[in-house]
Design a binder for this molecule. Structure first.
Ligand SMILES: [Zn+2]
Length: 459
């Protein structure tokens, strides 16, 4: 008897965590932290998993909403081995240590007494159970490599997911069941990340993300988005301005560094344009460089720190910061959350007509980035109550450099892997609803469903 239990606290883009039971064996898929909530509310609901020890936890990639509660899950499951790809092993460690710092700061600033949810010591203890494993081959649950026809009961295989460095889909197989969990997946090439590799079906269960379900594909290719962004940057530079790109420290920072570096080499940007990244961006960029050789990516020889040579933004000078003409600032967070570097830096950009703020990724409509994106020139916006509202005088635009599959490509993917059961997860209400309608019509023989939080579904 096999069953899926959704361990999230809501059907939304939040804290990913799912449980699979195969008879006596149990595994968990991801252990994320909700990026917009705080305290216990931001964690997965691990209570349904407490009745038995899990054999393993699988991590798809090192983004906060998939990996941010890993030490917490391991405290509940102290004997579980944790499997992930080798680059994810390098990336998740700084993510978690940074998360402890953020939680300690929030404990004081927002008086959240339960923070930090785990300590540096907990991370160090958890790391002893981390077992990086390579892609495209089967492994047993004790971590030994298997031949293709060898079947020791429960085995797993990682497939390239194309989303950020090290991201994988997880395939789990028993004698009579095959399951695929996508994590976050990208089906088009980015500058560094090559598109996902779809495994051959059929699968008894596909657990699939639905992030972009509410957005019709706009037909704008990545190539065209790149040309528009570069043209806009050149125009800003020509009028003596600087450009702020609010980006996530992991994934988008590295993609943009590579993209802008290539443009500089081709002459599509001035050779003397200067790139800046944040301190955490530097940590992840170094990890990208260290793992380039064994990552499924393009430009493996490109060293982002050594070849692109970004300057590291000096946080100590942030209050007196002045944007410099011809400089590009790639600063976290992507959604300009209050008290992050891009939020504070943006307050120095807003009053200057010659400057530009260009968004290159997803921003929640309720975030400061979402509010700024909706503002017209001259409107007043509040990025941080500490600074009050300000008129928008700089140029504000959005360019779509998503690292998620668009909904048409993703629905083709879902059809191609031939699932008998399709669990739709990790999407907002409209996105989930679109995929449910679409897939019920495209896969009429399949059981298409949205698993409710805490619900156990046999398959
Ligand atoms: Zn992600």
């Amino acid at each position: 008897m096999a069953a899926l239990t959704n361990l999230t606290r809501g059907n939304e883009i939040g804290a990913n965590c799912y449980q699979l039971d195969f008879g006596e064996s149990r595994v968990l898929l991801d252990a994320g932290m909700h990026p917009k909530r705080t305290g216990r509310d931001a964690t997965p609901n691990l209570a349904p998993a407490a009745d038995r020890q899990a054999d393993a936890i699988f991590l798809t990639h090192a983004h906060l909403d998939h990996a941010g509660c890993l030490p917490l899950a391991q405290l509940c499951q102290p004997d579980a081995k944790v499997f992930m790809s080798p680059p994810t092993r390098q990336l998740v460690e700084p993510l978690l240590f940074n998360s402890v710092n953020v939680m300690k700061r929030q404990r004081d600033e927002l008086t959240i007494s339960e923070y930090p949810l785990f300590t540096r010591h907990d991370i160090q203890a958890a790391m002893r159970h981390w077992q990086p494993r390579s892609l495209d081959r089967y492994w047993s649950l004790d971590g030994t490599p298997l031949r293709d026809n060898e079947n020791p009961g429960l085995r797993f295989r990682f497939h390239h997911a194309g989303h950020i460095g090290g991201s994988v889909m997880v395939e789990i197989a028993t004698a009579d069941r095959r399951v695929l969990y996508t994590g976050d997946i990208c089906l088009h090439d980015q500058t560094l990340m090559t598109r996902a590799t779809a495994p051959a079906g059929p699968f008894d269960l596909l657990i699939c993300e639905t992030t972009r379900g509410a957005q019709p594909a706009d037909g704008v290719s990545r190539n065209l988005a790149e040309q528009s962004l570069l043209a806009a940057i050149r125009t800003t530079f020509a009028r003596g301005g600087a450009v702020l790109l609010p980006v996530f420290a992991l994934g988008k920072t590295q993609e943009m560094l590579a993209l802008l570096h290539q443009a500089r080499l081709r002459g599509d940007l001035p050779a003397n344009s200067v790139l800046h990244i944040g301190g955490l961006g530097k940590v992840f960029t170094l990890a990208y460089d260290e793992t380039a050789e064994f990552s499924a990516r393009a430009h493996r020889g490109l060293k982002l720190m050594g070849d692109v040579r970004p300057q590291i933004f000096d946080l100590r000078k942030i209050e007196k910061f002045k944007p410099k003409a011809g400089h590009l600032y790639l600063l976290p967070s992507g959604m300009m959350t209050e008290n992050t570097t891009s939020n504070t830096v943006a307050t120095h950009f807003l009053p200057r007509e010659e400057d530009s703020i260009y968004f290159v990724g997803y921003s929640d409509p309720d975030s400061p980035a979402g509010r700024l994106r909706c503002a017209a020139a001259g409107d007043r916006v509040t990025l941080n109550p500490r600074y009050g509202d300000q008129p928008v005088r700089c140029e504000v635009r959005h360019f779509d450099f998503t690292s998620h599959a668009d909904r048409d490509a993703l629905s083709n993917f879902m059809v191609s892997v031939r699932p008998k059961n399709l669990a739709l997860v990790h999407g907002d209400h409209d996105a989930l609803a679109w995929f449910q309608r679409e897939m019920q019509s495209r896969l009429p023989a399949a059981n298409v469903f949205i698993p409710e939080p805490g619900q156990r579904i046999a398959f």
